[in-house]
Design a protein around this ligand. Sequence first.
Ligand code: ATP
Ligand code: MG
Length: 423
Amino acid sequence: MTKGIRAIRGFRDIPPEEAWKLSYIEDRTQEHFQRYGYREIRLPMVEFTELFARGIGEATDIVEKEMYTFLDRNGQSLSLRPEGTASAVRAYIEGGWKSQHGITKVYYSGPMFRYERPQKGRYRQFYQLGLEAIGGAGPLVDAEVIDLLHRLFLVVEVQDVRILVNSLGCGKCRPDFRVRLLEYLTGVARELCSNCRRRMESNPLRVLDCKVPGCRSALEKVPVMLDYLCAECEDHFSAVREALDGLEVPYNVDPRIVRGLDYYNRTAFEAVCDRLGSQNAVAAGGRYDGLAKEIGGDAPGIGFAMGLERLGLIMNWDDVVPENPDYYVAAATSSARIPALELGDRLRALGFSVEVDLEDRSLKAQLRSANRMGIDSVLILGDDELSGGTVTLKDFVEKIQREVPLEEFMKEVMAAGTGPERR
Ligand code: ATP
Ligand code: MG
């Protein structure tokens, strides 16, 4: 026998029992985003490696060690996208959208790829839903994006997500802070992990984010950006907070939230849920006024990305039942096989979802299947029904069975409205 082929490590099959949950999240989230004027954008899954190297930054985990990079047949270096922001901003610049709209609001949904150690809530192919508001620099844009994120958790009824916000300053105030930070880090360098010691040179802000306990304790008294904001950044941050307070968005200021990349500036935020354990971030985002310049344009922007699987892990699915088919059409005799298929089609044309036996099984077996599929209403066609122009209705819930003229039944069904609204 040939050796079986398995899926690649970190790349999962998402079976129907789980896929509907991801679709449910996508649907609710997209409706929510659209209420704020965001429109869907579909972006390529593969880009020039350089886009991510410049757009995400060389000194980040993603670019340093998490990208799926390969040469195509022309010898060009391409990468599977590890995130969506760089592509969205590239599309904004390349499409010349600046002149078309005031603030361009777009959202995307789809798989992202990162070479990480697979574990619960961390995969090599995972799904993100994200949005970007490009072209607006004012604090109300930040406030609306954070408000939208907060209200998304209300829509999907997750109560225990906390929103953390911070300000990362700007090109004017951060250099001074960076000097102070480096001074402090140099003082505690011996207590830091080897990764952080290396990071001190290339990307010292990222050290603030290290989860290693030794680093955590060494950083207890570390200076924070919030104490070094310039007047403009200070004003921006207080305006964001004032708007969030006005909108009654609960949040905490957490000076340890960093994005670690030079072009990220001012507002940074995360949505975290403690039930997720060490992978506690459900969504993360921030302002990136310098990103467009890195890739040949110029526009301020802010956005966030949310991990679909992680939201799926913290949602309560008990009350969200997947929809079962509405009807099962059973054929009692072999001459009723094709009429049963036909009746199925007529009901589907009205918007119902219908199962019909395709395996020439006995009536008893068909009823058993209907039951197993959670279908309450079975329509039975047999020789008597065919010759009399009737159908026998069997309702498992109301435990009744009656024979009615088929056309009367169809009229009843139509009068009751089309099928239930389906996804
Ligand atoms: P983490 O700290 O968990 O590594 P990150 O900072 O790398 O997260 P972002 O790049 O900000 O994450 O991505 C936004 C969201 O995408 C995360 O909050 C998380 O929900 C999700 N996410 C990121 N990486 C993965 C992954 N490998 N598998 C599943 N979800 C992920
Ligand atoms: Mg990561």
